[in-house]
Ligand binder design. Structure first.
Ligand SMILES: NC(=O)c1ccc[n+]([C@@H]2O[C@H](COP(=O)([O-])OP(=O)(O)OC[C@H]3O[C@@H](n4cnc5c(N)ncnc54)[C@H](O)[C@@H]3O)[C@@H](O)[C@H]2O)c1
Ligand SMILES: [Zn+2]
Length: 281
């Protein structure tokens, strides 16, 4: 299917939808100026100091650094926290929210992004699942309790040259040990998934209501990669149900199951081109 032939059916799918599930990977942030981590080259391009250390994303994003070298661990996490705090969500977030809010069955977001950009763009906190957690929340590295607390008000200063976070590093409020982001890392047995689990329960509840009402569900997926395919698989599993259609927006990883729609564009442009037709119909 060519691009011209897929925009039209995507618009029709959104028009006919009673409910909207938005799924997103790191590619959703690219048009807001945030890096994705496509392959080692992509990761190293975003973090040259980590290229010098020769570490892959899966080797850098592990809880062991918070124990062995907390200044390095917090250089990486602190840099990302500061970047995501400063970022302004691109227009596609806002356009999609307007459409989502117009649906009688409402909307939900399922994302592996830890960057908090959906909340920043005005999406309802109660309608978002962050399946890998959020960098805007912290927990103890041990953890000594199952407390999760907001990172708001906590500043992390990073010496970018040395790629070291400066003291004081974020601390556990209870035991005084180092704190870490409440995000799922590689080889991570200490991640507290309580927040994500609560979010997932709400999503399951909503999906149940959508199904019982016999609603048409459109799933619009933006920028979900193939290396950690959690979001892609989730979109496909939901799309496999009756009355559900997947629209996959991705400039490169364009494969989509039969009967579903692939839009080989960047997120902002893809959303804009589809919604232009939706809004004028
Ligand atoms: N912003 C974030 O929170 C963030 C950023 C990087 C990585 N991560 C984490 O790393 C893992 C990476 O998985 P992933 O699949 O999300 O990222 P990924 O970097 O592996 O893949 C990014 C995907 O986005 C696509 N893409 C590139 N430019 C795009 C654009 N302008 N518009 C739309 N799509 C575009 C790429 O083709 C690719 O398929 C996840 O576990 C995630 O938690 C999070
Ligand atoms: Zn503690």
């Amino acid at each position: 299917m060519t691009l011209e032939h897929s925009i039209e059916p995507a618009a029709k799918t959104l028009l006919n939808a009673d409910a909207l599930l938005i799924t997103a990977g790191a590619g959703m942030g690219v048009d807001s100026g945030l890096p994705d981590f496509r392959g080692n080259q992509g990761f190293w391009k975003a973090y040259p100091p980590i290229a010098k250390l020769g570490l892959h994303f899966s080797q850098m994003s592990t809880p062991k650094w918070f124990h062995q070298n907390p200044k390095l661990a917090w250089a990486f996490s602190g840099h990302r926290l500061n970047l995501y705090r400063k970022a302004i969500p691109h227009n596609g977030f806002l356009q999609l929210l307007e459409t989502a809010k117009s649906k009688k069955g409402g909307y939900f977001v399922f994302t592996s992004n830890i960057d908090g950009q959906f909340q920043k763009a005005g999406y309802d906190e109660d309608k978002i699942v962050e399946c890998h957690g959020s960098i805007h929340y912290l927990q103890c590295i041990r953890p000594c309790t199952d407390d999760i607390w907001e990172a708001a008000g906590i500043e992390v200063n990073v010496d970018e040259q040395a790629f070291e976070a400066l003291e004081p590093l974020p601390q556990c409020q209870n035991c005084g040990l180092i704190a870490r982001p409440n995000v799922l890392m590689f080889g991570d047995w200490a991640w507290n998934d309580d927040r994500t689990e609560k979010q997932e329960k709400k999503l399951l509840n909503w999906l149940d209501k959508v199904e019982k009402a016999g609603f048409n569900l459109a799933i619009i997926e933006i920028g979900a990669g193939t290396a950690v395919p959690t979001v892609r698989i989730y979109s496909e599993v939901i799309a496999d149900k009756d009355n559900s259609t997947l629209i996959r927006i991705n400039p490169r990883d364009i494969d989509v199951p039969n009967g579903h729609i692939s839009i080989p564009l960047g997120g902002a442009e893809g959303i804009n081109r589809i919604l232009k037709i939706v809004n004028f119909s």
